[in-house]
Design a protein around this ligand. Structure first.
Ligand SMILES: C[S@@+](CC[C@H](N)C(=O)[O-])C[C@H]1O[C@@H](n2cnc3c(N)ncnc32)[C@H](O)[C@@H]1O
Length: 297
């Protein structure tokens, strides 16, 4: 039986309220996912308004198309990397937009589907690619990359025990190939105490691998810069982050845009989900929404 995957959009009302300033405008949703935000943006627009939605993962595109057509809603949907917005928009004959949204990371489907290999909660291959066209997998990093490179990527994810974990990986792979998410999780669990009141000791290693496999932080920076070329006066960029590494990039980049001139920070402090939202959607607990507006072109 096929499993029915769902994904609750995070900060749905807050995001759409900040993003949509012109009901006849063109909006870019750079992270379509299951179309939760796209669907809500479409609902806000007049007939002349339009959404161009991008996702890197063809599986998400298929699900989003079905979802939107079930709701009787239309968007222009493109499979691609939001870092390439400067190539995607001209192909769609778009020169100016009224708003851009990035709801970063991966969707619940990615975590919940074992074959995608994103989560240590399921046994699956060490894959973690958002796009199947990406030549790099977590398997390659874990089994082929040198100690220094693995240690570095785990360390910058904020893992205090990066050298201990990397030593375990390198020692293990000399004896056995580390094939699955369970192999990696069990290896870490054998040498760390798992406590219910603390994050699992494999959490940061899995995050580090996902970020590296998909060049997530590079794509974020490139995506922000590419999108700015198309933003009309009064348009807004809304970015939802889920961990401090990406939030720091958004915060610092927005700050330097304001300093350069022509931009105003709309959210002096990031917008966070209410207790009520977090109670209904655990994924929302670490979400932060930051918004910037173009004041001059
Ligand atoms: C958090 S989910 C978005 C959920 C969506 N807002 C919703 O309400 O259903 C992030 C999505 O962005 C996609 N994604 C991640 N990195 C991407 C990139 N560089 N370019 C395009 N899509 C990307 C993932 O495949 C995933 O579907």
């Amino acid at each position: 039986m096929t499993k029915h995957y769902t994904h609750e959009p995070v900060l749905p009302k807050e995001t759409v309220d900040h993003l949509v300033t012109d009901k006849n405008g063109i909006y870019v949703d750079g992270t379509l996912g299951m179309a939760g935000h796209t669907s809500r943006i479409i609902s806000e627009l007049n007939k002349k308004g339009r959404v161009l939605a991008i996702d890197w993962d063809p599986e998400m595109i298929g699900l989003a198309k079905k979802r939107l057509s079930d709701q009787g809603k239309e968007a222009t949907i493109v499979q691609g990397n939001f870092a390439d917005i400067d190539e995607i928009l001209p192909r769609e004959n778009i020169t100016k937009v009224s708003g851009v949204l990035f709801d970063l990371g991966v969707s619940s489907l990615h975590f919940d589907k074992p074959s995608r290999g994103f989560s240590f909660k399921h046994d699956g291959p060490l894959d973690m690619r958002i796009s199947p066209e990406n030549p790099l997998t977590a398997y390659t990093i874990i089994n082929k990359w040198p100690y220094e490179q693995i240690e570095h990527l785990i360390r910058i994810s904020g893992e205090r025990f990066s050298s201990k974990i990397t030593k375990l990986i390198v020692r293990e792979r000399e004896k056995n190939t580390i094939v699955s998410t369970s192999d990696l999780k069990n290896l870490i669990e054998k040498h760390f105490i798992v406590r219910q009141d603390k994050i699992h000791p494999a959490t940061r290693t899995f995050l580090a691998l996902r970020l590296a496999v998909n060049s997530e932080l590079d794509n974020l920076l490139k995506g922000i810069h590419s999108a700015t070329h198309f933003m009309a006066k009064g348009s807004r960029m809304c970015i939802i982050t889920f961990h401090s590494l990406e939030d720091r990039i958004v915060k610092e980049t927005f700050k330097s845009m304001v300093k350069l001139g022509g931009w105003e920070l709309i959210t002096k402090k990031p917008v966070k989900p209410s207790d009520e939202e977090v109670a209904g959607n655990k994924r929302a607990r670490s979400a932060k929404l930051r918004v910037i507006e173009r004041t001059e072109v």
